[in-house]
Design a protein around this ligand. Sequence first.
Ligand SMILES: [Zn+2]
Length: 514
Amino acid sequence: MFQRVSHTDFRLYRTIPKCSIRFRSSTLLNTREVFAGTTQRLASIGPQITAQFLIATNRTLISLTESKMQKVMLDLLPAELDLDALGHEMHALVAELYPICRSITGNGVRETLGRLRSFIPLALHEVPSGTRVFDWTVPLEWNIRDAYIKNSKGERVVDFQKSNLHVVSHSMPVHKKMRLEELRPHLYTLPDHPDWIPYRTSYYKRDWGFCLGHKQLLDLKEDEYEVCIESSLEKGHLTYGELYLQGESSDEVLISAHICHPSLANDNLSGVAVACFLAKHISQLPRRYSYRFLFAPGTIGAITWLSINESNARQIKHGLVLAGVGDAGPLTYKKSRRENAEIDRAAAIAICEAAPNSKSLEFSPYGYDERQYCSPGFNLAVGRLSRTPHGTFPEYHTSADNVSFVHPRSLGESLSVCIAVASILERNRTYVNTNPMCEPQLGERNLYHSVGGGADNKANELAMLWVLNLSDGKHSLLEIAERSQLKFDVVARAASGLKEHGLLEEIPAQSQLI
Ligand SMILES: [Zn+2]
């Protein structure tokens, strides 16, 4: 399936958001040259985009200085994005991926990753069944062609072709006739929501089953039924997709989305769509950090990646799991196990600035793949962005988590918050005031009214005073924003202006620059 993907299949910029115009043609040239578009095997190294950009006119490689990078990041704030259009594009991607029957292994994941490769140049990795990954083992590969329950008239009363949720994921093959009484223990319904089909799995127990609406169950008469699941559970591979975008530093930001649920839109596909569009956006920007995007089956996929990349994982300085980011509920950020990591504080500021009804949750060892990234042996600074937390809305893990449960506007807002978090991480610096003996004369340097403008002048002046006062080499811009309760962007712009006038000197980051 992957082998069919050729260079000409790349449609990385098939739709161009407003923000991408500046570097569009140059980046396209660059990525086409860099990415080979082939399936990558276990432990292969994913493609890389460097922080250097080909300038379209003369194709000269220019290494971006820090000040240039700051300026570009400032120019590409979420407010300038057409979030409405991007929200609809992400929603269309959710709708496109929705019918595919995904599980933790199998062709559904491959097909999904293949579709994502028309947006971003993912490297695909295949890890053989039976591979030991910490305390776990990569399971057999599951694939399914068809499944049904037929009554004695030959009518399909439960039909996999109508909804892939009708089959318990990872069901072993079965084909036999049985009475309703024998069939009943293999049927799952939701009596409280009689029209909805539940989502059930049996990954680690050899079993089979069907899920159906409770009304459908009540309609089943005493009869002899033909029960068929045309599935296979064989030695194969676990598949995951990865995109590595190299920045000036080898320090990484991880963005992770699970990709193992069948027709469920908010749970899995919303995170996949936002991560995909975030990757597309960040790939077009100069960046201090390197970014790693991981699209892997939940739990076993993250465990597998961490097992294969145990030492590389130490490069991850900040991370976000994206899950359930498309419903109409308020933005919710779940803190990393460290609870006060830079990502926790950047995300708290970003969600508050985006929506006053957003909320932060403390870390708990229950949830999505943050459980693995935050396991004590790794203890990575990885939090989770969601909207309504999983398990707290009735549509969760049912057929009601469908394409209409996910909204373009919510997807757009979630994307903008992810970009805002990245923007804060990119611009967060620690400075020393070069003129600490009383206040410097800002008026003489034309700094009053020179940063920003109009109604924001008061905030800009306040921000300069806060930055000058707290820039003693111990307080980062993020801390100054928290303490002053000014917007991070206002604080960062003030610092940028002060630095240009020689009033601030940056404390070099400890991290190694490439
Ligand atoms: Zn789920």
